[in-house]
Design a protein around this ligand. Structure first.
Ligand code: PMP
Length: 276
């Protein structure tokens, strides 16, 4: 693992973050996870643009251009020597004596890690994973990829405790997204996902799946859907940078479709992996 902290390349467990760092104290920052396949960044521009958008949303000036952020991430990848890896970048409002108000004249604090990616074998992927439903207890600005992940962590742990892989979040009776993924269902042959809004993260994998659906001539529709729609769906899958396209075959104890990845999911998952 390669670790970067504010201009230095350090060891994983070095104490490089001062106690008054705002990410550490308040979760006052934003982050991205970007994947590198065979040495090539996957949709890195989109990730960095989302990072900039997240920073703007919390009124934080990154003090770096998109190109500078990209080249810093690629430097980390090169130093790691990894060909297939995940780059985590976190930018917080900086280091200043603890207080809620934005500190004046501070520079953002930037940390990064590069770790080898965990590959999910195709056989395991197509066997599918399980999920549960959970109330979406988050705030109203889930389009911001902020460090405040407590509701996500708690919901994912509830899923894990129930032997499930992901928790599908429900707000006002409708599915928003997963704790760390976007959710798709196949309904009457159409690929359905919730429209973008403040209530979900605009997933980069989601964006790619939309493009793939067009290439594969699969009708793609954005509309809200309920728990019941999920349970009655022909297929369900989740998407994220680290899980890619991952079928969900049992939800809250109900088997979805035939209990393994359905044909649409399989096509999308395979096309995704072929085009990364
Ligand atoms: N929603 C949430 C809440 C997430 O944390 C993630 C993972 N970053 C996603 C959706 C999927 O986004 P992406 O495809 O860009 O990884």
């Amino acid at each position: 693992v390669i670790v970067y902290a504010n201009g230095q390349w350090v060891n994983e467990n070095d104490a490089v973050i001062p106690v008054d760092e705002r990410g550490h104290q308040f979760g006052d920052g934003v982050y991205e996870v970007t994947r590198i396949y065979e040495g090539k960044p996957f949709m890195m521009r989109e990730h960095v643009e989302r990072l900039v958008k997240s920073a703007e949303a919390i009124r934080m000036d990154l003090g770096m251009t998109v190109e500078e952020i990209e080249s810093l991430m690629m430097e980390a990848v090169e130093r790691s020597g990894e060909k297939n890896c995940d780059v985590y970048i976190q930018i917080t409002r900086g280091i200043a004596k603890r207080g809620h108000l934005f500190p004046k004249d501070v520079k953002p604090s930037i940390t990064m890690t590069v770790r080898p990616m965990e590959v999910i074998a195709m056989e395991e992927r197509l066997a599918g994973k399980t999920a549960i439903f959970h109330e979406d207890e988050r705030w109203k600005n889930c389009y911001i990829k902020s460090l405040n992940l407590l509701p996500n962590i708690l919901a994912k742990q509830v899923a894990n405790d129930a032997g499930a892989y992901e928790a599908i979040l429900i707000r006002d009776g409708y599915v928003t997204e997963g704790t760390s993924s976007n959710i798709f269902i196949v309904q009457n042959g159409e690929l359905v996902t919730r429209p973008l809004s403040n209530y979900i993260l605009a997933g980069i994998t989601r964006m790619r799946v939309e493009q793939l659906a067009e290439q594969l001539n699969i009708p793609f529709v954005e509309r809200e859907f309920t728990k019941e729609d999920v349970l009655e769906a022909e297929e369900v899958f989740m998407t994220s940078t680290t899980n890619e396209v991952l079928p969900l075959v049992e939800i809250d104890g109900t088997t979805i479709g035939s209990g393994v990845a359905g044909p649409v999911t399989e096509r999308v998952a395979k096309q995704f992996l072929q085009t990364v």
